[in-house]
Every structure is written in structure tokens, then in C-alpha cells.
Write a protein that binds this ligand. Structure first.
Ligand SMILES: *Cc1c(COP(=O)(O)O)cnc(C)c1O
Length: 413
């Protein structure tokens, strides 16, 4: 018995009686939990819940979660895989070699990018998991993470959980919503470890150019920063636009890692499966963190994901056609109502300007109170989102049409 367990044993025997409960020190969560920003959509959620409790018929255009089921052939592959006893044991932590091979084959077919499945690819329990844990792999307390001023909250939340800081890169319509990394102060740059970007972009629907990606890679190369590209919407695009992989750019894997998700491409948000590809040092560091924190994803889910990546892609094309129809309906209706919006070439979102004189929060609150329609206030993503709302295209057609009619009645009256 070692000293630690001997000591525990002693107090468990009651030789030193425990003080009464009110004299015990309080357990206290870590300080960095208090430093996480308050949940920005809490007020809207509370308003929605009150309406629902009163029996109102609320339509949500707020969530980015596909309304269509996972394609049949993927579910069928899961049904077979779940019966296979070899899948009932601990998974290979980095992902099964066959899953990683399927990810790399997909990267080659889809983008022409050649990757080594052992050293340049890692299975993720959803890409959110990889985005969160890359901080643990690269960020020290007091360091900086560079993140778009409007974006996925995990980029900065992961930094906060590592006792690190986030420097927010400005975004604007004038800049085509491409996060601007030209004016980061030298003292921040000296401590910067990660740069997060994500195009096609949630919430703005913006897409990036090759020139922008090249500039970001140069920037990261000259400052010793790992570029983390969150490519969750690579497969959801319209009007013959096909989103690229950052890894197509020359030299990208010297300084970059890219996170892919099957959630939006294959309607698999509930399954929790994605992968990281790119720089071998970054993959290895992320794998080390994961080896210490989780034990990988259920191998049957990886088998189903292989069916998704290597099987027929008709479902992806059909889904894009569906979202494109909904996008056109939303964009046409909003413009008819005098609300400005770009026509997004990718993602499941329309990023629309609110009527003059109203803030994002005021417009969102009015839509909810008077039309019983939920949209997401742009300001909830960061100050640069003020003046905009995000409308999600993941609502069944009839409900989406009804929501747009209600918005029309409200804006006209
Ligand atoms: C949906 C989404 C993700 C990822 O999702 P997982 O379900 O964790 O794979 C990552 N980034 C952005 C910007 C998203 O919108």
C-alpha cells in the first residue's frame, strides 16, 4: 500500500472525525469556467420557452442541425457493424486504420490531396472534439489564440479552458467576411499559437479564395502559428461551387491541420464522427491529448462513416439541391421584404441584414414575440455580427414557407 492510499485509509477509519458539513471548504469549479462567456442566446431561448409554454406555435430557424435523416445506406452499414463482436471492444484510439484510409481516399478523390493515413489523419468524436482538444495540444496558460470575431464559440472557449486568451480578428461585409489577420499587435503575435479559420463559414455563409488561404498560410509560417481550418461545410454548396480543402494549397501541411465533419455532409450530427488531417506534428500532438482523455469513437460508427465516405454520394447532391431551393426561397422573400442579404454559395445559413434602426437582438426578439419565429442574432457571435441575423435552412419546406409568410406579415405591418 502506498503512502497516499494509507493516508486515505486512516481518515476513512474515522480516527480523525470529519468536521461538520457547514465547516467544510466548498468545492469550487476552476476559475476558467467562470471566464467562459455567458451563453449568448440564453435570453432568446428563455423568450422562446415562455412562448412554447403558453402554447404558441413557434417555428425555429435558429439551429444548424439537418432536418433530414441519415441516408439509408449509412444506417444499413451501421446495422451490420453493430452486430459484429469485434466492434464491441475498445476502439483503436486514433481510429481504425480502415476508417483513416477511407478518410484519406476521400481526400484524394474529392480534393486531389494525398495523405498518409497513419501519420497525417486522426479520427475525431465529431470535429468539435478536435477543435476543442487542439488547444490542449498547443496552447500554454497565458498564450493567445487568434479566432474570427464572428464564429464557432469553441475556438475561443477552448482557449479559455486552457487559461489562455483569444484575440478576435475583425470581419466585415466590405472584407467579404474574411477574418483580417493583418493588424494583430506584435505582443499578441509573440504569444499566438493557433489561428482558427472556417470557410465555407458559419454563420456568414462566406467562402474563401485561394489568395486568402495562401496569405493565411504565409502569415502562420512566418509567425510559427498552427493554422486550424474548420471545414465542416465543405460538401454543402450551390450553383456549381465546390469548396476547396486548405490542404490543396502548396505547403499547407507544413503549418496547417484541417478538421472535417460528417455531421452536415451526411446528416450525421447525432453520430459524432469526423476527422483531422494535415501536419503530422499537429496530428501526433492531438492524438497524444486524446489518448489521455478519451478512448476513440465506437468502431461501428467508424464503419458506418466508411460507408458514407466511400459509398454513393447521390444523397449529398440531393441534399444540396434541397438546401439550394430553400436558400432561394429565403433570399427571394427577404429581398422582397426589403431585407438585404447575400446569396450564399455554401453552408446551411442565410446571413441577413436587420431592418435599419433595429439591433440584431431587437429584431430577433420582435420576430419571436410577433411572428413566433426564431432566428439567431448575429451579435450573439461577436460584436462584428451586429446588424445581422442568421437564418438556418434546416427546417422542413412547409414550416420554412410558413415562417417566411409570418415574417412578411410582420415586416409589412
Ligand atoms: C457543425 C459545426 C462543426 C461540427 O461539428 P461536429 O458535429 O462536432 O462534427 C464544426 N464547426 C462548425 C463551424 C460547425 O458549424
Amino acid at each position: 500500500m502506498n503512502r497516499q492510499s494509507a493516508a486515505n485509509n486512516q481518515s476513512a477509519c474515522g480516527q480523525e472525525p470529519l468536521p461538520p458539513p457547514d465547516l467544510l471548504p466548498h468545492i469550487r469549479p476552476a476559475r476558467n469556467l467562470d471566464a467562459l462567456p455567458p451563453y449568448l442566446f440564453a435570453r432568446i431561448d428563455a423568450q422562446r420557452d415562455a412562448l412554447l409554454a403558453s402554447g404558441a406555435d413557434v417555428i425555429s430557424l435558429g439551429i444548424g442541425d439537418p432536418d433530414m435523416p441519415t441516408p439509408r445506406h449509412i444506417v444499413d452499414a451501421m446495422a451490420v457493424a453493430i452486430r459484429d463482436p469485434k466492434n464491441h471492444r475498445y476502439p483503436d484510439y486514433a481510429g481504425s486504420l480502415s476508417y483513416r484510409q477511407a478518410c484519406c481516399d476521400w481526400m484524394r478523390h474529392r480534393f486531389g490531396v494525398e495523405l498518409d493515413p497513419v501519420n497525417e489523419c486522426l479520427a475525431l468524436i465529431g470535429s468539435k472534439e478536435g477543435i476543442a482538444h487542439i488547444h490542449t495540444a498547443f496552447v500554454n496558460p497565458g498564450d493567445y489564440v487568434l479566432a474570427p470575431s464572428i464564429g464557432y464559440p469553441v475556438y475561443s472557449g477552448g482557449a479559455t479552458l486552457m487559461h489562455a486568451n483569444t484575440w478576435f480578428l475583425p470581419m466585415s461585409a466590405q472584407n467579404n467576411w474574411l477574418a483580417n489577420f493583418d493588424r494583430v499587435p506584435a505582443e499578441v503575435l509573440a504569444l499566438a499559437r493557433l489561428l482558427f479559420l472556417g470557410y465555407p463559414n458559419n454563420p456568414t455563409g462566406a467562402v474563401a479564395t485561394n489568395e486568402y488561404f495562401d496569405a493565411a498560410l504565409d502569415f502562420c509560417r512566418s509567425h510559427g502559428i498552427l493554422l486550424v481550418h474548420d471545414n465542416a461545410y465543405s460538401e454543402i454548396s450551390f450553383d456549381n461551387y465546390r469548396a476547396p480543402s486548405l490542404l490543396e494549397r502548396p505547403g499547407a501541411r507544413d503549418v496547417a491541420i484541417e478538421m472535417f465533419s460528417l455531421s452536415k455532409s451526411y446528416n450525421m450530427t447525432g453520430w459524432r464522427i469526423g476527422f483531422a488531417v494535415g501536419n503530422a506534428t499537429a496530428i501526433k500532438a492531438l492524438a497524444t491529448v486524446k489518448n489521455n482523455l478519451d478512448s476513440g469513437q465506437f468502431t461501428a460508427i467508424q464503419d458506418a462513416a466508411i460507408a458514407a465516405l466511400s459509398g454513393p454520394q447521390d444523397s449529398v447532391r440531393e441534399m444540396c439541391a434541397l438546401y439550394q431551393r430553400r436558400r432561394d426561397l429565403v433570399v427571394t422573400t427577404l429581398r422582397r421584404l426589403g431585407l438585404n442579404c447575400e446569396t450564399p454559395r455554401a453552408t446551411i445559413y442565410v446571413w441577413a441584414q436587420v431592418p435599419a434602426g433595429l439591433s440584431s437582438a431587437e429584431f430577433t426578439s420582435q420576430l419571436l414575440a410577433r411572428a413566433h419565429v426564431v432566428v439567431t442574432p448575429g451579435s450573439g457571435y461577436g460584436p462584428d455580427g451586429e446588424g445581422y441575423v442568421r437564418i438556418s435552412l434546416t427546417t422542413p419546406d412547409a414550416r420554412l414557407e410558413e415562417a417566411l409568410e409570418r415574417i412578411g406579415a410582420l415586416v409589412w405591418n
